[in-house]
Design a protein around this ligand. Structure first.
Ligand code: G1P
Length: 286
């Protein structure tokens, strides 16, 4: 029997420098894809996958994230009195389960951000979702991974093939044998130098991990870019616990840079019945 995954960590302390100047005052996670902020897509994905407790690892200037998931009493009251429908607020009105916020005091890397949540995670498996990666799929990416996790347990990370020229930007898998959507992981490298990656299978930011990874992070070892890397800590578990890459069915949008962000807006707008016809007409006229 595998222990149930109840908690998810959302590392949201990053400065978002690739989306400046907007991110000077707006947290990257609050930038909108169509009409909802990036963070909401990740939170919805986690909730649909059965996550009960959401752990935000935040930093300075990120308090709008907490406000966003709170009830907006004055706004709701004013809208009600004006006879306006509260439907547009529905996604962010209650029902999000428990939200815990932790501060990452220094920007020491993704591994450090996850380590900051160690006391809240405790001794149980947990998920990590990077909100600037928007995943579309039915069931969603994390839900697909949860199904696989119930079968094989251990650690499961989403894995995605990219053009080999892109691998230096990501965590990359050294793959073993493949069985359906699951690929055995023999090694992991964070941001390999161009031409040295063990494969073109990268990590797009969805993880189900065992708590032992937090012990590997205790050492605070620095890796690529001088940062404490989650990928390096995960690599230490290989051989000790089952470790698989998961090829999910669906689409991935990298919203951490301007082009990916615009593409995600267009693609998701075209999924929306209410606005798709107008957007499609405009695009076909271009
Ligand atoms: C992080 C992870 C990397 C992963 C990437 C996905 O890198 O360290 O392993 O592939 O997210 O977006 P970052 O984009 O923070 O440099």
């Amino acid at each position: 029997m595998t222990a149930r995954v109840r908690k998810a960590v959302f590392p949201v302390a990053g400065l978002g420098t690739r989306l400046l100047p907007a991110t000077k005052t707006i947290p990257k996670e609050m930038l909108t894809i169509v009409d909802r902020p990036l963070i909401q897509y990740a939170v919805d994905e986690a909730r649909e996958a059965g996550i009960e407790q959401l752990i935000f690892v935040t930093g300075r200037g990120k308090s709008s994230l907490d406000d966003y998931f709170d009830m907006a009493f004055e706004l709701e009251r004013t809208m009600e009195q004006a006879g306006k429908s509260l439907d547009p607020l529905e996604p962010s009105r209650s029902g999000y389960g428990e939200i815990v916020t932790i501060r990452q005091q220094q920007p020491l890397g993704l591994g450090h951000a996850v380590w900051c949540a160690r006391e809240v995670i405790g001794d149980e498996p947990f998920a990590v979702l990077l909100p600037d990666e928007v995943m579309r799929g039915r069931p969603n990416c994390l839900a697909q991974m949860m199904t696989a996790y119930a079968q094989v347990g251990g650690n499961i990370v989403a894995a995605l093939e990219v053009d080999p020229s892109e691998t230096h930007k990501y965590g990359v898998v050294d793959p073993g044998s493949r069985n359906g959507p699951l690929t055995e992981i023999k090694g992991l490298v964070e941001k390999p130098a161009p031409g040295t990656a063990p494969s073109n299978l990268m990590l797009p930011g969805r993880y189900i991990l065992q708590p032992e990874v937090l012990r590997a992070l205790d050492a605070h070892e620095k890796g690529a870019g001088g940062e404490i890397q989650l990928t390096d800590a995960m690599a230490k578990l290989i051989g000790q616990q089952p470790f698989h890459g998961f090829s999910f069915e669906g689409q991935r949008f990298d919203c951490g840079h301007a082009a990916g962000f615009v593409i995600a807006n267009l693609a998701l707008a075209l999924e929306r019945e209410d606005i798709a016809p107008t957007v499609r007409e405009f695009l076909s006229g271009l």
